[in-house]
Design a protein around this ligand. Structure first.
Ligand code: CDP
Length: 221
C-alpha cells in the first residue's frame, strides 16, 4: 500500500520576520520536527569564512556544503564536535549566507539534507523556498512578513540578547540589501507560493502568529 507522505508545514518569509520563533512554536505545539533551513546556509557560510573560501567560488562552496559534517541535536547546532549555534548568528555570517545563497550549485547541494528532515510525525520547515521549491506538496504554506522597521527592531533585540553589538541604522540597511538579494536572485527567489497564506506580523506577538497558524492547520483536518 502506498504510504501517504509525512505532513509538512512550510513557513517562508524575509529576514528577521520572526519565522524561526514562530515555526519553532508551531512545531513544539504539534510535536513535529523543525527545520531551520537558514542555519544550513549559515553553517556553509561559517565553514567558508573559516576556511578562507571566497564567497563567489560556486564549485568549492557546493563541495563544502555537500561534505559539511553538521548535526542538530538537543537544541544545539554542531559542525563536527563544535557547537556553533551562537557563532552562526553573527551578522557577518548572515550576510555571507545571503551572498552564497544566490549560487544554484550550492542550493542544490543542500537539498538532500533538507529533505532528510521530513520524518514522522511531521515537519515545520522555515526558510525562503520551503513552500516553493523544497516541499511544494506542503499541506499548509505560510508567508510571514513584517515591515522593515519592525524586523530591524526584532533583529536588534535578538542580537543584543545574544551578546552581539548592533546598530539600528546598519541593521536596517543590511536588511534592505538582504531582502533585495533574496528577492532578485534567479534561483529560488524569495516569493510567496501562489497557494501560501500571508501573515503580516508587524503588529502581532509571536504567540499570536503561532495561534493563527495552528488555527489554519486545524481547519484543514
Ligand atoms: O535570520 P535570517 O532570516 O536573516 O536568515 P536565515 O533564515 O538564518 O538565513 C540566512 C540566509 O540564507 C538568508 O539571508 C537567505 O539568503 C538564505 N536562505 C535561503 O536562501 N534559503 C532558505 N531556505 C533559507 C535561507
Amino acid at each position: 500500500m502506498p504510504q501517504s507522505p509525512v505532513t509538512v508545514i512550510a513557513i517562508d518569509g524575509p529576514t528577521a520576520s520572526g519565522k524561526g520563533t514562530v515555526a519553532q512554536g508551531v512545531a513544539a505545539r504539534l510535536g513535529f520536527h523543525y527545520l531551520d533551513s537558514g542555519a544550513l546556509y549559515r553553517l556553509t557560510a561559517l565553514s567558508a569564512l573559516r576556511k578562507g573560501v571566497p564567497l563567489d567560488r560556486e564549485p568549492e562552496l557546493a563541495a563544502l556544503a555537500r561534505e559539511m559534517d553538521c548535526s542538530f541535536s538537543g537544541g544545539g547546532i554542531f559542525l563536527g564536535q563544535e557547537e556553533v549555534g551562537q557563532a552562526i548568528r553573527a551578522e557577518q555570517v548572515g550576510n555571507a549566507a545571503s551572498r552564497i545563497a544566490i549560487l544554484p550549485a550550492l542550493r542544490e547541494a543542500l537539498v538532500g539534507l533538507q529533505l532528510g528532515f521530513r520524518r514522522p510525525p511531521g515537519l515545520v520547515a522555515d526558510g525562503r523556498d520551503m513552500g516553493t521549491m523544497i516541499f511544494p506538496d506542503a499541506i499548509l504554506k505560510v508567508f510571514l512578513t513584517a515591515s522593515a522597521a519592525a524586523r530591524a527592531e526584532r533583529r536588534y533585540k535578538q542580537l543584543i540578547e545574544k551578546g552581539f553589538s548592533a546598530n539600528m541604522d546598519d541593521l536596517l540597511k543590511d536588511l534592505t540589501e538582504r531582502d533585495a538579494r533574496d528577492a532578485s536572485r534567479t534561483v529560488a527567489p524569495l516569493k510567496a507560493a501562489p497557494d501560501a497564506r500571508l501573515l503580516d506580523t508587524s503588529h502581532m506577538t509571536a504567540e499570536q502568529a503561532v495561534e493563527q497558524i495552528l488555527k489554519w492547520y486545524g481547519a484543514l483536518e
